[in-house]
Design a protein around this ligand. Structure first.
Ligand code: ZZB
Length: 227
């Protein structure tokens, strides 16, 4: 899998993380969260950064910190319309075995992200988050024959009703195909261009700006892949 690994710079730690980090990380150090994506062309619509509940890998040399300890932390997301930063939020369906185990949230084009965003807004107390951290308005980025918000469209027409819905892998495949083969950019610098052409250009832009790097992962490494 040819991923793009994004560099999300930490702007402000949440209270819990501050406490745990103490003086283990110098106050002026740049700290990045690194989600892996296959859809660099959707990065304009990042509106939350989702972290796993389970502990991070053993490779963390400086300190060990759980995903749940950094929820609410403010990070800068490359190209996102939310220039003041986005909050780290929980996602119960993140796989610790894929990519870096953390993922960026694009509810316009990812059915999994759309389902999670709806659930987070429905149960903020359960997730221990503030409702305002989950932005209400979803930015349309790609027009396909069926919608300019394909994730919402599939969620509704396929009658998906939770982040754990069995129909989500199928919805993801449809969204990938439709976005790639018949999608046209309707936001950003490459507006008007087919997704197939814009994708490598957005990727190059992220790499040139030093906001991302290439990240390859053998397909076989992933344990619970769908399809
Ligand atoms: C942003 C994005 C926007 C993504 C989109 C998808 C879509 P795949 O196809 O199964 O290989 N991802 C990355 N790491 C994880 C993880 N540890 N657990 C769960 N999801 C993860 O999956 C690759 C995609 O899965 C990546 O691309 C990432 O989400 C997510 F509009 O990044 B993506 C139709 C999909 N649209």
């Amino acid at each position: 899998q040819e991923y793009v690994a994004l560099k999300l710079k930490t702007l402000q730690w949440c209270e819990k993380a501050k406490e745990l980090i103490g003086d283990k990380i110098p106050a002026d150090a740049d700290v990045y969260f690194i989600p892996a994506t296959l859809r660099p062309e959707t990065m304009y619509g990042q509106m939350a950064f989702q972290n796993i509940f389970s502990p991070w890998g053993e490779y963390d040399q400086v300190l060990g910190i759980k995903g749940s300890d950094v929820i609410g932390t403010l990070v800068h997301a490359p190209l996102s319309i939310h220039e003041k930063g986005i909050r780290i939020l929980p996602m119960s369906t993140v796989k610790p075995t894929k990519g870096t185990g953390v993922v960026t949230c694009v509810p316009s084009d990812s059915p999994d992200d759309y389902a999670t965003v709806l659930d987070l807004r429905k149960k903020p107390e359960f997730y221990g988050i503030q409702k305002e951290w989950v932005v209400e308005e979803i930015l349309p980025i790609i027009q396909t024959p069926s919608s300019n918000l394909i994730a919402k469209h599939l969620y509704e027409t396929m009658k998906i009703n939770s982040p754990k819905d069995q129909k989500l892998p199928e919805a993801k495949e449809i969204a990938y195909k439709e976005g790639f083969y018949s999608g046209v950019m309707i936001y950003g610098e490459f507006k008007g261009m087919p997704v197939q052409e814009a994708k490598p250009l957005v990727k190059k832009q992220l790499l040139d700006l030093g906001l991302a790097f290439n990240y390859g992962e053998p397909d076989g490494l992933v344990i619970s892949r769908s399809g």
